[in-house]
Ligand binder design. Sequence first.
Ligand code: HEM
Ligand SMILES: *[C@@H]1O[C@H](CO)[C@@H](O)[C@H](O)[C@H]1NC(C)=O
Ligand SMILES: *[C@@H]1O[C@H](CO)[C@@H](O)[C@H](O)[C@H]1NC(C)=O
Ligand SMILES: *[C@@H]1O[C@H](CO)[C@@H](O)[C@H](O)[C@H]1NC(C)=O
Ligand SMILES: *[C@@H]1O[C@H](CO)[C@@H](O)[C@H](O)[C@H]1NC(C)=O
Ligand SMILES: *[C@@H]1O[C@H](CO)[C@@H](O)[C@H](O)[C@H]1NC(C)=O
Ligand SMILES: *[C@@H]1O[C@H](CO)[C@@H](O)[C@H](O)[C@H]1NC(C)=O
Length: 507
Amino acid sequence: MKLSLASFLVAAVALQPALSVRTNSLLIDPAALPALPSAQQAASASADVGLNLTNIQGDILIGMKKNKELFFFFTIVNPTLFRSQLGSGILPLITPTSQLLAVDTQPTTAVNIAFSQRGLNALGITDDLGDTAFTNGQIDNVATILGDETSNWEPAFAGTGIHGVFLLASDTIDNVNATLSQVQNILNGSITEAYSLQGQARPGDEQGHEHFGFMDGISNPAVTGFSTPLPGQQVLDPGLFLLGESGDLVSRPSWAKDGSFLAFRQLQQRVPEFNAFLVDNALSNPNLTADQNAELLGARMMGRWKSGAPVDLAPTVDDPVLAADPQQNNNFNYTHPGFDEATDQTHCPFSAHVRKTNPRSDLNPEDTANHIIRAGIPYGPEVTDAENASNVSSTDPSLERGLAFVAYQSDINNGFAFLQQNWANNANTRNLKLTWNFSPLFMQGIDPIIGTGGLGQADVPRTPSGLDPSDPTRIITINQDFVVSRGGEYFFSPSLSAIQNTLSLGA
Ligand code: HEM
Ligand SMILES: *[C@@H]1O[C@H](CO)[C@@H](O)[C@H](O)[C@H]1NC(C)=O
Ligand SMILES: *[C@@H]1O[C@H](CO)[C@@H](O)[C@H](O)[C@H]1NC(C)=O
Ligand SMILES: *[C@@H]1O[C@H](CO)[C@@H](O)[C@H](O)[C@H]1NC(C)=O
Ligand SMILES: *[C@@H]1O[C@H](CO)[C@@H](O)[C@H](O)[C@H]1NC(C)=O
Ligand SMILES: *[C@@H]1O[C@H](CO)[C@@H](O)[C@H](O)[C@H]1NC(C)=O
Ligand SMILES: *[C@@H]1O[C@H](CO)[C@@H](O)[C@H](O)[C@H]1NC(C)=O
């Protein structure tokens, strides 16, 4: 059907969401996840350190609580038109942090925008933002840093057309779609779609859980000037995540202040294969059923039970009460009186995903340089009966599922890329950090969830110890990757004032 311009504009106006005040939150709120600060709490915490939460895009500090989120990757085809529409039309739609903290100030759809280095170049912005990973783009990290196999990359990420991304989040896909139409009308043909990925929280009781079934988004750092720390939560300077803030030591152009680097990854999850692996390699605790022994293996690979209970506190039996209590569910550090932390894998395996990506007191003093704020969301449908019965993920692209992974940091080489390369993909983290006496007996192995041992090759065996609490030196060989990187890009999420004063024209 062809529409005249006039009828197209009428249809577009009709699609715009009503400007009603919300009565229900656009965010999900599972019990296990830390509550966001109230608007008043955040206002007073930010005032104490001079952080402007009205200047910082809303996705950066709030974590993994989106319900529906569209990642709309675009190419700028008319930079002058784009820049003139950005300040006048798009900026009023951009949702700052402050606006998300109370239901009655939330928009119908939260809108954030971020640019790749190619996108900044297209706009004629040539300042060096001080991050080589961002400047070179994620494709430059593909094999040696990230261990990806380039042939698995979504072509759009391997190409040169991704200049930026809109993040559109709401409680319904109708709202998201309507806001996308509104954005496209405002930009008036100055962008084209390069790629898009629709994320959504999983249904029913699985809400908040990623596709393998584990509650996700429990442990993010507490950022000084934003949130009050929960027990066990590490408190970190805002400059670790926001450029130009206290703790960011790199020299940047002044307009980059309050922006953040966004590492995006489309991480496919082979769920039926993961489930079959757990059944085939179930542990053999005589007090547990076969199903429970399969669950136990999965929990020890992740470092948390599906409920969210940390394995360090619940090593052999799930504890749903602990899991649902944010006052307790992040309060662990891998030390136990009477156990030598250097050799003890009876509590949590050294290689468990959460221990690999945040070693807590394994590093003494605790690491304060290599942290990210995770803000991703699952994508793709639930496992079908046919996939479940065959133990194999469908090759139908519409059935691909995984994690639309988002990490914010002020330095990608210290943040996401460091965690993936130096911790997840490295069998001997402790040896590397020279804080512990390395013994091959306690070879920890690479991350059984996201690690790749083959630097650009799929399905290279991983050989973690510690997964079996009754025999912690036993090595369980994992011959296949349950997470397959489909690629991604590095972006810069600018402050609202940078959008207004630097990225726009004629504001
Ligand atoms: C499909 C891929 C992935 C899945 C299924 C996954 C799943 C999980 C789950 C279930 C948790 C525990 C919940 C929590 O503590 O919030 C977790 C924690 C975490 N993940 Fe992942 N993750 C994936 C990819 C990644 C990647 C690529 C990185 C970074 C390179 C990463 C870094 C972290 C960090 C830093 C934590 C928190 C650890 C802590 O503070 O204890 N994850 N992940
Ligand atoms: C905070 O940021 C907003 C959005 O850029 C700006 O309008 C406001 O003036 C800033 N407030 C202060 C105190 O700088
Ligand atoms: C939203 O838009 C997408 C892409 O145009 C479309 O496939 C989908 O059906 C729409 N969903 C709803 C609920 O309108
Ligand atoms: C949008 O594009 C059309 C056709 O190119 C043009 O006539 C119109 O003036 C543009 N509108 C704005 C607001 O720039
Ligand atoms: C780990 O946590 C325990 C219990 O909260 C605490 O007593 C101990 O000091 C912590 N250890 C380190 C190294 O932080
Ligand atoms: C997969 O199938 C098995 C039986 O073959 C069943 O026990 C299990 O609940 C199914 N899992 C899902 C997620 O449907
Ligand atoms: C799927 O895996 C389960 C668990 O290992 C096994 O019992 C079943 O026979 C497998 N089904 C097929 C079709 O291979």
